[in-house]
Write a new protein. Structure first.
Length: 138
Protein backbone atom coordinates (compact mmCIF):
# COMPACT_ATOMS: atom_id res chain seq x y z
CA UNK A 1 0.00 0.00 0.00
CA UNK A 2 2.88 2.37 0.75
CA UNK A 3 4.22 2.09 -2.79
CA UNK A 4 0.84 3.17 -4.18
CA UNK A 5 0.57 6.14 -1.83
CA UNK A 6 4.14 7.31 -2.45
CA UNK A 7 3.78 7.22 -6.25
CA UNK A 8 0.29 8.77 -6.02
CA UNK A 9 1.67 11.73 -4.05
CA UNK A 10 4.98 12.15 -5.89
CA UNK A 11 4.72 10.39 -9.28
CA UNK A 12 7.51 8.15 -10.46
CA UNK A 13 8.52 4.53 -10.82
CA UNK A 14 8.17 1.71 -8.33
CA UNK A 15 10.26 -1.39 -8.98
CA UNK A 16 11.05 -4.35 -6.74
CA UNK A 17 14.75 -4.96 -6.12
CA UNK A 18 14.97 -7.68 -8.80
CA UNK A 19 14.10 -5.25 -11.59
CA UNK A 20 17.03 -3.45 -13.17
CA UNK A 21 16.39 0.14 -14.20
CA UNK A 22 18.70 0.66 -17.18
CA UNK A 23 18.95 3.89 -19.18
CA UNK A 24 17.06 2.23 -22.07
CA UNK A 25 14.32 1.04 -19.72
CA UNK A 26 14.01 4.49 -18.12
CA UNK A 27 13.79 6.05 -21.59
CA UNK A 28 10.98 3.65 -22.55
CA UNK A 29 9.03 4.60 -19.40
CA UNK A 30 9.55 8.32 -20.05
CA UNK A 31 8.54 7.90 -23.71
CA UNK A 32 5.30 6.16 -22.67
CA UNK A 33 4.55 8.96 -20.19
CA UNK A 34 5.32 11.62 -22.82
CA UNK A 35 2.82 9.91 -25.13
CA UNK A 36 0.10 10.43 -22.50
CA UNK A 37 0.20 7.26 -20.40
CA UNK A 38 -0.89 8.04 -16.84
CA UNK A 39 -0.10 4.51 -15.66
CA UNK A 40 2.64 2.22 -16.95
CA UNK A 41 2.86 -1.40 -15.89
CA UNK A 42 3.53 -4.95 -16.96
CA UNK A 43 2.13 -8.37 -16.19
CA UNK A 44 4.51 -11.17 -15.23
CA UNK A 45 2.47 -13.57 -17.34
CA UNK A 46 1.81 -12.93 -21.01
CA UNK A 47 -1.90 -12.43 -21.61
CA UNK A 48 -3.87 -11.22 -24.57
CA UNK A 49 -5.23 -8.61 -24.36
CA UNK A 50 -2.68 -7.58 -21.72
CA UNK A 51 -5.14 -6.26 -19.12
CA UNK A 52 -7.06 -9.55 -19.08
CA UNK A 53 -4.59 -11.67 -17.09
CA UNK A 54 -6.67 -13.98 -14.90
CA UNK A 55 -5.91 -16.69 -12.38
CA UNK A 56 -7.51 -20.13 -12.48
CA UNK A 57 -10.59 -18.76 -10.71
CA UNK A 58 -11.04 -16.02 -13.34
CA UNK A 59 -9.89 -13.16 -11.10
CA UNK A 60 -8.06 -10.41 -12.98
CA UNK A 61 -4.68 -9.15 -11.77
CA UNK A 62 -1.83 -6.84 -12.72
CA UNK A 63 1.68 -7.37 -11.35
CA UNK A 64 2.59 -4.75 -8.77
CA UNK A 65 6.33 -5.37 -8.63
CA UNK A 66 6.82 -2.67 -11.29
CA UNK A 67 4.70 0.33 -12.20
CA UNK A 68 5.03 3.99 -12.97
CA UNK A 69 2.37 6.65 -12.65
CA UNK A 70 1.68 10.34 -12.72
CA UNK A 71 1.10 12.33 -9.54
CA UNK A 72 -2.55 12.25 -8.46
CA UNK A 73 -3.19 9.32 -10.78
CA UNK A 74 -6.93 8.52 -10.98
CA UNK A 75 -6.28 4.78 -10.68
CA UNK A 76 -4.44 5.25 -7.39
CA UNK A 77 -7.00 7.81 -6.27
CA UNK A 78 -9.67 5.10 -6.58
CA UNK A 79 -7.53 2.51 -4.81
CA UNK A 80 -6.59 4.85 -1.97
CA UNK A 81 -10.09 6.21 -1.46
CA UNK A 82 -11.67 5.78 1.95
CA UNK A 83 -14.31 3.49 0.46
CA UNK A 84 -11.68 1.22 -1.10
CA UNK A 85 -9.47 1.13 1.99
CA UNK A 86 -12.43 0.36 4.24
CA UNK A 87 -12.99 -2.84 2.22
CA UNK A 88 -9.53 -4.25 3.03
CA UNK A 89 -9.62 -7.14 5.48
CA UNK A 90 -6.19 -7.04 7.11
CA UNK A 91 -6.93 -10.41 8.77
CA UNK A 92 -7.54 -12.16 5.44
CA UNK A 93 -5.07 -15.03 5.00
CA UNK A 94 -4.89 -14.09 1.32
CA UNK A 95 -4.03 -10.43 1.89
CA UNK A 96 -2.33 -10.43 -1.52
CA UNK A 97 -5.80 -10.38 -3.08
CA UNK A 98 -6.72 -7.44 -0.90
CA UNK A 99 -3.64 -5.27 -1.44
CA UNK A 100 -1.52 -6.84 -4.21
CA UNK A 101 -1.88 -7.57 -7.93
CA UNK A 102 -5.64 -8.17 -7.72
CA UNK A 103 -6.13 -4.90 -5.85
CA UNK A 104 -3.99 -2.96 -8.35
CA UNK A 105 -5.93 -4.35 -11.32
CA UNK A 106 -9.25 -3.51 -9.68
CA UNK A 107 -8.43 0.20 -9.86
CA UNK A 108 -8.15 0.28 -13.66
CA UNK A 109 -11.32 1.25 -15.49
CA UNK A 110 -12.16 1.56 -19.19
CA UNK A 111 -10.90 4.88 -20.48
CA UNK A 112 -7.85 5.03 -18.18
CA UNK A 113 -4.72 5.90 -20.10
CA UNK A 114 -2.65 2.78 -19.43
CA UNK A 115 0.49 1.53 -21.18
CA UNK A 116 1.69 -2.03 -20.54
CA UNK A 117 5.08 -3.37 -21.51
CA UNK A 118 5.23 -6.87 -22.96
CA UNK A 119 5.86 -9.31 -20.10
CA UNK A 120 9.27 -10.39 -21.45
CA UNK A 121 10.51 -6.77 -21.43
CA UNK A 122 10.31 -6.58 -17.63
CA UNK A 123 10.08 -10.17 -16.39
CA UNK A 124 12.66 -11.94 -18.55
CA UNK A 125 13.50 -14.58 -15.96
CA UNK A 126 10.16 -15.24 -14.28
CA UNK A 127 10.53 -18.43 -12.27
CA UNK A 128 7.80 -17.90 -9.72
CA UNK A 129 5.42 -20.78 -9.10
CA UNK A 130 1.84 -19.70 -8.51
CA UNK A 131 -1.47 -21.51 -7.97
CA UNK A 132 -2.22 -21.19 -11.69
CA UNK A 133 1.13 -21.95 -13.34
CA UNK A 134 4.18 -24.14 -12.91
CA UNK A 135 7.66 -22.63 -12.41
CA UNK A 136 9.67 -22.18 -15.58
CA UNK A 137 13.37 -22.34 -14.63
CA UNK A 138 15.79 -20.75 -17.09
Amino acid sequence: MARLEIVYNSSGIYADSLIEITPAFLKAVVDAANQGAEFIGCNEDPCDPPLDCKNAQGEMYLANSFFAATRGNPIFERLLSEQSLDNIDMDDERLNHTTGPYFLRSGIQPGDNVFLFDSKQIYQFNQQETPYKEPTPD
